[in-house]
Design a protein around this ligand. Structure first.
Ligand code: LLP
Length: 437
C-alpha cells in the first residue's frame, strides 16, 4: 500500500502524483511525504493495539495509548496528522516538545525519553504538564524533583528500565543491553521506585510507572517478548510490595521490510504486549516511529553524471548529508527510476553514489539498474523515517525541501534552504573582515 506504483505513461506515482512531475516543480533533492500512507499506518497500528487490548481499565480509561516518535519524522504537518489520528508524542528534546505542542498534541499525551535531558528541557516539560518523564538515573530524578518543587508543581515520572536484552538489530540502534547507555539496570529499579513512590506527598514527584525501549528496526518477536516479560516481572514485584504501577511504556522499534524481508506486523507486536503486560491494571503506551513514517516518504534525486570505469557509478545530487542511513548503518533502501523502463530493458549493476567527498557517500552497491542518462530522476524509497531529520549541511549543502501530498493536494512543508540563509547564521569576527587585515 505504501510503495510508489506505476502510473499511466510509465511514470512512478506516489500519493497519486507523478514523482517526475513533482521533481520538475520542486527541484531535487526533495523529500516527499504521503499523508494518506501516514494516516493509514497510524490507523492500522493503533487499531491493532486497540483490538489486542480492548478491555478498558477499571477507571474507564482506554487500556492503550499510542505516541508518535517525533524523532523519526518531525515535520509539523506529520505531527498534526498523527494528532488527528489520536496519537500523543514521544519526544527526546525541548525542541521536539515545542513541535509536538505547536502541532496540536495534548501535553498530557506527551512522554519524554532521553539520556541527557537538560534542566531547561525538563523545566519546559514540567511547566507544560506532560504525561510522563521517563527517567534514566537517580541524578535526573533529583533534578526533576528540585525543578518541579521550585515551580510548585508535581512532575509525573516513570523509570526507564534497562532490561539487558539484545534487540537483534543493528548495533548502533540497539538500546536495551546492559552495556548500552540507556535506562536503569533492572535489578536497581524496585528499590528506587519504592523510595520515590513512598515519598509522594512530601516530594514534587509522582511515580507513575515503568518504561522500556529495546532498540529500533526490530524484526523478530523474541526480544520484545523477553524485554516485556522482564518488565512484567518487575511490575509483579512492585505490586507485591504494595506499590502502584499506573503506566507502562513499551517503547517503539517495530521494523519495516526495506528489502522485502519478512517483518512482524503491528498485530504481532500488539499481541506480545497484551500477552506479557496486559491484565496488570496499568495503561500501556507504545512509541512507534519508523513503522508509521518510513514507507510514507521518498527522497527524490536527479542523476548528475554517469561514470564508467572499474565500476559503473551513477552520481546523483542527493548525498549522505541528506540521507545518512546508508553511510551510517550500511542501510539498504530501494531505488527506482521515476520513469519506469520498458518491459525487457536489460539491467546493469551500478553503484548509486552521492556528490559528497567521502567514499561512504554511497546509496547502493552493485544494484541492478536500467540505463540512466543525465537529468533522469530517481526515488529513494522508505525514506520517511530518519531521513530528513538526520540531514546536515555538510559540504555546505543547504537542507533540501520537503513536500506533503495529502487529500490529493501538494503542499510545501519546508522550503529549500538557501546558501545565503546558511551563511547568514554565521558571524565573521570583525578583525577577519576583508580589508581589516
Ligand atoms: N522510543 C524511544 C525511547 C526511542 O529511542 C526510539 C528510537 C523510538 C521510541 C522509536 O523507535 P522506532 O519505532 O522508530 O524504531 N536513526 C536510526 C534509528 C534510531 C532510533 C532511535 N530511537 C535509523 O535510521 O535507523
Amino acid at each position: 500500500e505504501a510503495a510508489p506504483a506505476p502510473g499511466t505513461g510509465g511514470e512512478l506515482c506516489f500519493g497519486g502524483q507523478s514523482l517526475k512531475a513533482l521533481a520538475r516543480t520542486y527541484g531535487t533533492p526533495c523529500w516527499v511525504m504521503d499523508g494518506g500512507v501516514l494516516r493509514t499506518r497510524c490507523q492500522a497500528l493503533a487499531g491493532a493495539f486497540k483490538a489486542a487490548l480492548s478491555t478498558p481499565l477499571p477507571d474507564g480509561r482506554s487500556a492503550v495509548c499510542c505516541h508518535y516518535a517525533v524523532k523519526a519524522q518531525d515535520s509539523l504537518a506529520c505531527l498534526a496528522i498523527a494528532a488527528q489520528e489520536g496519537y500523543g508524542a514521544d519526544i527526546v528534546s525541548g525542541g521536539e516538545l515545542a513541535r509536538a505542542l505547536k502541532a496540536g498534541m495534548k501535553a498530557e499525551a506527551v512522554v519524554f525519553s532521553g539520556v541527557g535531558k537538560s534542566d531547561s528541557e525538563l523545566a519546559d516539560a514540567i511547566k507544560a504538564g506532560i504525561g510522563q518523564i521517563n527517567v534514566e538515573n537517580e541524578g535526573e530524578l533529583e533534578r526533576i524533583a528540585s525543578l518541579a518543587s521550585a515551580m510548585g508543581r508535581v512532575a509525573r515520572v516513570a523509570l526507564r528500565v534497562n532490561p539487558d536484552v539484545a534487540a537483534q538489530t543493528h548495533d548502533k540502534i540497539s538500546t536495551g543491553r546492559a552495556e548500552d547507555k540507556f535506562g536503569i539496570a533492572w535489578e536497581k529499579v524496585p528499590a528506587l521506585y519504592k523510595s520515590v513512590q513512598q515519598a509522594e506527598g512530601h516530594s514534587a514527584l509522582r511515580m507513575v510507572g515503568l518504561a522500556v525501549h529495546l532498540g529500533s528496526q526490530i524484526m523478530d518477536p523474541q526480544p520484545y517478548r523477553q524485554g516485556y516479560q522482564r518488565l512484567a516481572q518487575l511490575v509483579r514485584q512492585l505490586h507485591a510490595e504494595g506499590l502502584r504501577v499506573d503506566e507502562i511504556d513499551c517503547g517503539g522499534g517495530l521494523g519495516i521490510p526495506y528489502q522485502g524481508e519478512e517483518a512482524m506486523a503491528p498485530q504481532a507486536w500488539a499481541h506480545i504486549v497484551a500477552e506479557t503486560l496486559g491484565g496488570l491494571g496499568a495503561r500501556l503506551h507504545v512509541e512507534p516511529g519508523r513503522w508509521l513514517t518510513g514507507p510514507a516518504g521518498v527522497l527524490l534525486a536527479s542523476v548528475v553524471e554517469i561514470k564508467h570505469g572499474a565500476r559503473d557509478f551513477v552520481i546523483i545530487n542527493a548525498g549522505m548529508n541528506d540521507l545518512l542511513r546508508p553511510a551510517l548503518y550500511d542501510a539498504w533502501h530501494g531505488i527506482l527510476p521515476t520513469t519506469l523502463p520498458a518491459p525487457g530493458t536489460p539491467l546493469h549493476e551500478a553503484d548509486i553514489v552521492g556528490p559528497i567527498c567521502e567514499s561512504s557517500d554511497i546509496f547502493a552497491r552493485n544494484r541492478p539498474m536500467p540505463p540512466f542518462k543525465r537529468g533522469d530522476t530517481v526515488a529513494i524509497l522508505d525514506a520517511g523515517a530518519y531521513g530528513a531529520v538526520m540531514s546536515s549541511t555538510y559540504n555546505t549543502r543547504p537542507l533540501a525541501p520537503q513536500i506533503l501530498i495529502d487529500h490529493g493536494q501538494v503542499a510545501p512543508l519546508r522550503k529549500q534552504q538557501s546558501v545565503e540563509a546558511l551563511l547568514a547564521a554565521e558571524t565573521m569576527p570583525g578583525w577577519l573582515l576583508p580589508g581589516q587585515r
